[in-house]
Design a protein around this ligand. Structure first.
Ligand code: SAH
Ligand code: F3S
Length: 481
């Protein structure tokens, strides 16, 4: 539970459908958030038109791409270690080219080419369409770089080639970038200004996924609730938007509804919500449609009003409680999860106690918890001293993690002896006799396989649980199967 997102999704390599006639081999792996995994599918799609098929073997690759994360120092160190491994392989296969994509590419730019001799190619998150030109340069023996950020690029016109991991769940990106400027966060610098994708292209992607057999999608954005599309492509900060354009605008609640209606049997999730932007109409839309999953990931970062202000999170602890109360009132069955940071600059013991008491109020189902990591270039990095000693940060994090463990256990136990609906995603890691899937609330459930298959939606009676997992037996197919 206390695992970071980086650790959860470490270095999965993508293998996609192979295109006939392609002769070059691409090894691509991703670190960090779901958006990076989604972006790697876009990159693989662009390169499959350039003669590249993917391979799972690093040793066989003509081109190695690593999609990187800058969110914490540790995430960057993980990538540096991977580069060492590529270097060892390159000694055996000197023709192999190495490219760095994503947030570290954007943050370090040409420094990467200077610091890491092994790197031939540096490409930021908005420049993937330039990859064919950049690779042509690399083929001619020159280093290549494009880290230009865009105010428009959404890759809406590229249909991602899906990694065939389970064929059941997929990510659909709806916004890119972030305008929130939380003072600790590097994302606005590495992923640029926020922009929303054309709803038409989103719906087409959802329909296409359903036609291909997918059963669940997650709408992705750094801050999905600020999704806003003005017909005709105007941005929301366009001051002269006409009344007509305003009237035809699509906000996040409307987009959710469009998706839910387009595929009434498709499960729909979304991530991530910033509390300051999550509106009641989103919660009401969730209540209206059975196929919108009842889970909200609602990072809070801290329970102290003073720290929230220093972080430039534009809500108070009291406003957050009001939001939680509204969710509980409109959607009593909804699971809520958190992100929390321990040891932000100037955090006192009292601030830390505020975080613990906020957790006690909400009793989150699960969460992702981190110690503060100073990021160069951010406002906190420039203006605030990283003054909480490392041991204090670690001790506070341990207390937060323990509190979350206690709450997860309470929450998971609430499902004992109930019947939950589970979408089967894969074989359980612990037993090849069991399936593993998730409930609408995003809680993992395992149960004996019997005659069921991956992609089935089944009713499961919960007979036992651990702090994070429901254990049960299937009672039959769900009516929506
Ligand atoms: N809106 C984003 C949040 C991105 S970062 C999303 O879609 O998930 C994910 C989490 O990393 C944040 O919620 C925060 O808890 C954590 N984080 C971000 N910057 C951090 C830093 N400098 N130190 C420690 N944790 C950080
Ligand atoms: Fe980062 Fe805050 Fe945006 S955490 S991604 S700046 S909402």
């Amino acid at each position: 539970m206390e695992k970071t997102i980086d650790e959860n999704k470490q270095g999965e390599s993508l293998v996609l459908e192979q295109k006939k006639g392609n002769t070059r081999k691409l090894f691509i792996e991703s670190y960090g958030c779901a958006m990076n995994f989604s972006d790697s599918e876009i990159v693989a799609s662009i390169l499959s038109n350039e003669g590249f098929n993917t391979t799972q073997s690093l040793e066989d690759a003509d081109l190695v791409l690593v999609n990187t994360c800058s969110i914490r120092d540790k995430a960057e160190q993980t990538v540096r270690k991977r580069l060492e491994k590529y270097n060892a392989v390159k000694r055996i296969n000197p023709k192999m080219k190495v490219g760095v994509l994503g947030c570290m590419a954007e943050r370090l730019k040409t420094k990467f080419l200077e610091e890491e001799k092994i790197v031939d190619l540096v490409v930021g998150p908005d420049a993937y369409k330039d990859l064919p030109n950049l690779i042509a340069e690399v083929d001619e023996g020159r280093d290549a770089i494009n880290v230009i950020l865009s105010k428009e690029e959404t890759y809406g016109d590229i249909s991602p080639v899906r990694l065939n991991s389970n064929g059941v769940t997929a990510f659909v990106s709806i916004t890119r970038g972030c305008d929130n400027m939380c003072t600790f966060c590097v994302v606005p610098f590495t992923r640029g200004r926020e922009r929303s994708r054309d709803p038409q292209s989103i719906i087409e992607e959802v329909n296409d996924l359903w036609a291909k057999g997918y059963k669940e999608i997650t709408l992705l954005g750094q801050n999905v609730d600020s999704y806003l599309w003005y017909g005709g492509g105007l941005k929301k900060d366009f001051v002269n938007a006409t009344e007509m354009q305003k009237a035809t605008a699509v906000n996040f609640a409307q987009l959710l509804e469009l998706c839910a209606k387009a595929q009434p049997n498709m499960r729909i999730r979304f991530s991530t919500s910033n509390p300051q932007d999550l509106t009641l109409d989103v919660i009401e839309t969730m209540a209206k449609y059975d196929n919108i999953c009842k889970h909200i990931h609602l990072p809070v970062q801290s329970g102290s009003n003073r720290i929230l202000k220093e972080m430039n999170r534009l809500h108070t602890r009291e406003e957050y409680f009001e939001l939680i109360d509204n969710i509980r009132r409109i959607l009593p069955e909804c699971a809520i999860s958190q992100d929390l940071i321990a040891g932000f600059p100037t955090e006192t013991e009292e601030d830390h106690q505020d975080t613990l008491s906020l957790m006690d109020y909400v009793k989150y189902n699960f969460g992702y918890m981190f110690t503060y990591s100073e990021r160069p270039g951010t406002l906190a990095g420039r203006k605030m001293e990283d003054d909480v000693p490392e041991e204090t940060k670690k001790r506070r994090l341990a207390e937060i993690v323990q509190r979350q463990r206690d709450h997860s256990e309470i929450r998971t136990k609430e499902y004992l002896d109930t019947i939950v609906e589970v979408l089967i995603e894969r074989e359980s890691k612990k037993s090849d006799q069991q399936w593993s899937g998730r409930t609408s609330q995003n809680i993992v459930a395992v149960f004996p396989k019997e005659h069921y298959n991956i992609g089935d939606l089944v009713k499961v009676k919960v007979t036992d649980c651990t702090s994070a997992t429901l254990i049960g037996t299937a009672l039959g197919y769900s009516k929506d199967n």
